[in-house]
Write a protein that binds this ligand. Structure first.
Ligand code: FPP
Length: 256
Protein backbone atom coordinates (compact mmCIF):
# COMPACT_ATOMS: atom_id res chain seq x y z
CA UNK A 1 0.00 0.00 0.00
CA UNK A 2 1.70 3.14 -1.16
CA UNK A 3 -1.28 5.47 -0.90
CA UNK A 4 -1.39 7.23 2.44
CA UNK A 5 -4.00 9.78 1.48
CA UNK A 6 -6.24 8.78 4.38
CA UNK A 7 -3.54 9.44 6.96
CA UNK A 8 -2.65 12.72 5.23
CA UNK A 9 -6.31 13.63 5.45
CA UNK A 10 -6.25 12.75 9.15
CA UNK A 11 -3.17 14.84 9.86
CA UNK A 12 -4.62 17.79 7.96
CA UNK A 13 -7.40 17.96 10.53
CA UNK A 14 -5.18 18.31 13.57
CA UNK A 15 -2.56 20.65 14.91
CA UNK A 16 0.06 21.80 15.15
CA UNK A 17 -0.77 22.46 18.79
CA UNK A 18 2.72 23.73 19.59
CA UNK A 19 5.06 25.65 17.26
CA UNK A 20 8.64 26.55 18.21
CA UNK A 21 10.33 29.32 16.24
CA UNK A 22 14.03 30.11 15.80
CA UNK A 23 13.68 33.77 14.91
CA UNK A 24 16.70 34.39 12.71
CA UNK A 25 17.80 37.05 10.26
CA UNK A 26 17.16 40.30 12.16
CA UNK A 27 20.73 41.45 11.57
CA UNK A 28 20.76 40.62 7.85
CA UNK A 29 17.36 42.26 7.38
CA UNK A 30 18.67 45.43 9.03
CA UNK A 31 21.85 45.38 6.95
CA UNK A 32 19.83 45.01 3.72
CA UNK A 33 17.90 48.18 4.68
CA UNK A 34 21.04 50.09 5.70
CA UNK A 35 19.89 50.04 9.36
CA UNK A 36 21.65 49.16 12.61
CA UNK A 37 21.34 45.58 13.94
CA UNK A 38 19.24 46.76 16.88
CA UNK A 39 16.68 48.20 14.43
CA UNK A 40 16.44 44.70 13.01
CA UNK A 41 15.71 43.32 16.48
CA UNK A 42 13.13 46.08 17.04
CA UNK A 43 11.39 45.03 13.87
CA UNK A 44 11.73 41.42 15.08
CA UNK A 45 9.73 42.32 18.18
CA UNK A 46 6.95 43.64 15.92
CA UNK A 47 6.94 40.26 14.19
CA UNK A 48 6.66 38.55 17.61
CA UNK A 49 3.48 40.56 18.30
CA UNK A 50 2.06 39.69 14.86
CA UNK A 51 2.81 35.99 15.21
CA UNK A 52 1.45 35.70 18.77
CA UNK A 53 -1.81 37.10 17.43
CA UNK A 54 -1.69 34.85 14.35
CA UNK A 55 -1.26 31.75 16.52
CA UNK A 56 -4.55 32.43 18.29
CA UNK A 57 -6.30 33.00 14.96
CA UNK A 58 -4.85 29.73 13.63
CA UNK A 59 -5.69 27.70 16.77
CA UNK A 60 -2.06 27.12 17.76
CA UNK A 61 -2.23 26.93 21.55
CA UNK A 62 1.50 26.88 22.37
CA UNK A 63 4.13 29.14 20.81
CA UNK A 64 7.78 29.00 21.89
CA UNK A 65 10.02 31.83 20.69
CA UNK A 66 13.83 31.51 20.85
CA UNK A 67 14.44 35.10 21.97
CA UNK A 68 17.95 34.84 23.47
CA UNK A 69 20.25 31.83 23.48
CA UNK A 70 22.90 31.11 26.12
CA UNK A 71 25.43 31.68 23.32
CA UNK A 72 24.04 35.15 22.50
CA UNK A 73 26.01 36.64 25.45
CA UNK A 74 29.02 36.45 23.11
CA UNK A 75 27.60 39.24 20.90
CA UNK A 76 28.92 42.81 21.25
CA UNK A 77 27.91 44.35 24.58
CA UNK A 78 25.81 47.06 22.91
CA UNK A 79 23.74 44.45 21.07
CA UNK A 80 23.26 42.32 24.21
CA UNK A 81 22.18 45.42 26.18
CA UNK A 82 19.86 46.45 23.35
CA UNK A 83 18.22 43.01 23.29
CA UNK A 84 17.74 43.06 27.08
CA UNK A 85 16.11 46.52 26.84
CA UNK A 86 13.83 45.30 24.07
CA UNK A 87 12.86 42.31 26.19
CA UNK A 88 12.00 44.53 29.16
CA UNK A 89 10.01 46.93 26.94
CA UNK A 90 8.18 44.07 25.25
CA UNK A 91 7.17 42.61 28.61
CA UNK A 92 6.06 45.96 30.01
CA UNK A 93 4.05 46.85 26.91
CA UNK A 94 2.67 43.43 26.10
CA UNK A 95 1.49 42.12 29.47
CA UNK A 96 -1.83 44.00 29.14
CA UNK A 97 -2.46 42.46 25.72
CA UNK A 98 -1.51 38.99 26.92
CA UNK A 99 -3.99 39.36 29.78
CA UNK A 100 -6.71 40.65 27.48
CA UNK A 101 -6.15 37.72 25.14
CA UNK A 102 -5.87 35.26 28.03
CA UNK A 103 -2.36 34.11 27.05
CA UNK A 104 -0.19 32.60 29.78
CA UNK A 105 3.47 33.56 29.66
CA UNK A 106 6.23 31.08 30.51
CA UNK A 107 10.01 31.37 30.36
CA UNK A 108 12.54 28.61 29.76
CA UNK A 109 16.30 28.91 30.22
CA UNK A 110 18.64 30.04 33.01
CA UNK A 111 16.37 32.95 33.89
CA UNK A 112 18.23 33.68 37.15
CA UNK A 113 21.23 34.91 35.08
CA UNK A 114 19.27 37.60 33.19
CA UNK A 115 19.90 41.22 34.23
CA UNK A 116 17.71 42.37 37.14
CA UNK A 117 15.33 44.65 35.18
CA UNK A 118 14.18 42.28 32.42
CA UNK A 119 14.13 39.48 35.02
CA UNK A 120 11.78 41.49 37.23
CA UNK A 121 9.55 42.41 34.25
CA UNK A 122 9.45 38.74 33.28
CA UNK A 123 8.48 37.62 36.78
CA UNK A 124 5.71 40.22 36.88
CA UNK A 125 4.31 39.20 33.47
CA UNK A 126 4.40 35.49 34.36
CA UNK A 127 2.61 36.21 37.62
CA UNK A 128 0.01 38.41 35.89
CA UNK A 129 -0.96 35.68 33.41
CA UNK A 130 -0.62 32.54 35.53
CA UNK A 131 -4.38 31.95 35.82
CA UNK A 132 -4.76 31.28 32.05
CA UNK A 133 -4.43 27.79 30.64
CA UNK A 134 -5.74 27.76 27.07
CA UNK A 135 -3.11 29.83 25.22
CA UNK A 136 0.60 29.75 26.04
CA UNK A 137 3.55 31.90 25.02
CA UNK A 138 6.91 30.46 26.04
CA UNK A 139 9.98 32.70 25.78
CA UNK A 140 13.31 30.88 25.56
CA UNK A 141 15.75 33.25 27.31
CA UNK A 142 19.38 32.50 28.12
CA UNK A 143 18.31 29.10 26.79
CA UNK A 144 20.54 26.19 25.79
CA UNK A 145 19.20 22.66 25.37
CA UNK A 146 22.50 21.26 26.66
CA UNK A 147 22.33 23.44 29.79
CA UNK A 148 18.76 22.23 30.20
CA UNK A 149 19.94 18.61 30.24
CA UNK A 150 22.70 19.53 32.71
CA UNK A 151 20.24 21.31 35.02
CA UNK A 152 17.70 18.45 34.87
CA UNK A 153 20.44 15.89 35.54
CA UNK A 154 21.71 17.84 38.56
CA UNK A 155 18.18 18.12 39.98
CA UNK A 156 17.51 14.40 39.51
CA UNK A 157 20.94 13.39 40.89
CA UNK A 158 20.30 15.57 43.97
CA UNK A 159 16.98 13.82 44.60
CA UNK A 160 18.67 10.43 44.20
CA UNK A 161 21.56 11.40 46.49
CA UNK A 162 19.06 12.52 49.15
CA UNK A 163 17.24 9.20 48.94
CA UNK A 164 14.10 10.85 47.54
CA UNK A 165 14.37 8.99 44.22
CA UNK A 166 15.38 5.43 43.33
CA UNK A 167 17.94 5.74 40.45
CA UNK A 168 16.51 2.55 38.94
CA UNK A 169 13.10 4.21 38.59
CA UNK A 170 14.40 7.07 36.42
CA UNK A 171 12.65 6.96 33.05
CA UNK A 172 11.90 9.47 30.29
CA UNK A 173 8.96 10.91 32.25
CA UNK A 174 11.32 11.66 35.17
CA UNK A 175 13.75 13.46 32.87
CA UNK A 176 11.08 15.23 30.84
CA UNK A 177 9.38 16.59 33.96
CA UNK A 178 12.72 18.08 35.11
CA UNK A 179 13.37 19.92 31.84
CA UNK A 180 12.50 23.65 31.83
CA UNK A 181 9.46 22.65 29.73
CA UNK A 182 8.13 20.21 32.36
CA UNK A 183 4.34 20.12 32.08
CA UNK A 184 4.27 21.65 28.57
CA UNK A 185 3.56 19.56 25.43
CA UNK A 186 6.39 18.86 22.99
CA UNK A 187 6.53 21.06 19.88
CA UNK A 188 4.89 19.57 16.79
CA UNK A 189 6.55 21.98 14.37
CA UNK A 190 9.85 23.87 14.53
CA UNK A 191 10.27 26.83 12.18
CA UNK A 192 13.55 28.60 11.43
CA UNK A 193 13.67 31.76 9.37
CA UNK A 194 16.43 33.34 7.23
CA UNK A 195 17.61 30.27 5.31
CA UNK A 196 19.68 28.65 8.08
CA UNK A 197 18.97 24.95 8.64
CA UNK A 198 20.43 24.34 12.11
CA UNK A 199 18.72 23.75 15.44
CA UNK A 200 21.31 25.83 17.34
CA UNK A 201 20.72 24.16 20.71
CA UNK A 202 16.94 24.79 20.66
CA UNK A 203 14.55 22.27 22.27
CA UNK A 204 16.75 19.30 21.30
CA UNK A 205 15.03 16.81 23.61
CA UNK A 206 11.50 18.08 23.03
CA UNK A 207 11.74 18.08 19.22
CA UNK A 208 12.44 14.34 18.94
CA UNK A 209 9.25 13.88 16.84
CA UNK A 210 8.76 17.44 15.59
CA UNK A 211 8.49 18.37 11.93
CA UNK A 212 10.89 21.05 10.67
CA UNK A 213 10.16 23.96 8.37
CA UNK A 214 12.87 26.23 7.04
CA UNK A 215 12.20 29.42 5.12
CA UNK A 216 14.52 31.98 3.51
CA UNK A 217 12.35 34.83 4.82
CA UNK A 218 14.08 36.88 7.52
CA UNK A 219 12.20 37.17 10.83
CA UNK A 220 11.27 40.88 10.46
CA UNK A 221 9.50 40.02 7.18
CA UNK A 222 7.72 36.92 8.54
CA UNK A 223 3.93 37.31 8.43
CA UNK A 224 0.80 35.35 9.27
CA UNK A 225 0.77 34.19 5.61
CA UNK A 226 4.26 32.69 6.08
CA UNK A 227 3.08 30.93 9.24
CA UNK A 228 0.07 29.56 7.37
CA UNK A 229 2.45 28.25 4.69
CA UNK A 230 4.50 26.47 7.39
CA UNK A 231 1.32 24.96 8.83
CA UNK A 232 0.19 23.83 5.36
CA UNK A 233 3.55 22.13 4.88
CA UNK A 234 3.14 20.44 8.28
CA UNK A 235 -0.30 19.15 7.28
CA UNK A 236 1.09 17.58 4.13
CA UNK A 237 3.48 15.42 6.12
CA UNK A 238 2.71 12.08 7.63
CA UNK A 239 3.66 11.85 11.29
CA UNK A 240 4.40 8.21 12.06
CA UNK A 241 6.00 8.23 15.53
CA UNK A 242 7.96 5.09 14.58
CA UNK A 243 5.01 3.26 12.99
CA UNK A 244 4.65 2.26 9.33
CA UNK A 245 2.46 4.11 6.86
CA UNK A 246 0.25 1.00 6.66
CA UNK A 247 -0.31 1.02 10.42
CA UNK A 248 -1.35 4.66 10.20
CA UNK A 249 -3.80 3.84 7.38
CA UNK A 250 -5.47 1.20 9.55
CA UNK A 251 -5.62 3.48 12.61
CA UNK A 252 -6.94 6.32 10.50
CA UNK A 253 -9.68 4.22 8.97
CA UNK A 254 -10.68 3.19 12.50
CA UNK A 255 -10.74 6.76 13.75
CA UNK A 256 -12.26 8.63 10.82
C1 FPP B 1 18.58 36.29 15.40
O1 FPP B 1 18.83 37.30 14.46
C2 FPP B 1 17.74 36.78 16.46
C3 FPP B 1 18.14 36.90 17.77
C4 FPP B 1 19.49 36.56 18.24
C5 FPP B 1 17.28 37.39 18.80
C6 FPP B 1 15.80 37.32 18.51
C7 FPP B 1 15.22 38.45 19.20
C8 FPP B 1 14.15 39.16 18.84
C9 FPP B 1 13.27 38.84 17.73
C10 FPP B 1 13.83 40.37 19.63
C11 FPP B 1 13.62 40.12 21.07
C12 FPP B 1 12.42 39.29 21.32
C13 FPP B 1 11.53 39.52 22.28
C14 FPP B 1 10.38 38.60 22.44
C15 FPP B 1 11.64 40.68 23.16
P1 FPP B 1 20.34 37.63 14.12
O2 FPP B 1 20.65 38.93 14.76
O3 FPP B 1 21.23 36.51 14.50
O4 FPP B 1 20.27 37.78 12.58
P2 FPP B 1 21.53 37.61 11.59
O5 FPP B 1 21.89 36.15 11.59
O6 FPP B 1 20.96 38.07 10.30
O7 FPP B 1 22.64 38.48 12.11
Amino acid sequence: MGDHSMSEKASSQTGPNHIGIIMDGNGRWAQSQGLSRIKGHQQGVETCRRIIEACQALDVHYLTLYAFSAENWNRPETEVNGLMELLELFLMKETGTLKKKRVRLHAIGRIEDLPARPRAALKKAIEATKEFDEWHLILALNYSARNEVVDATQAIATLAANGALDPGSIDWDTISSHLYTGGLPDPDLIVRTSGETRLSNFLLMQSAYAEFYFTATCWPDFTKAHLEEAIRSYHNRERRFGRTGEQLDVETSLTY
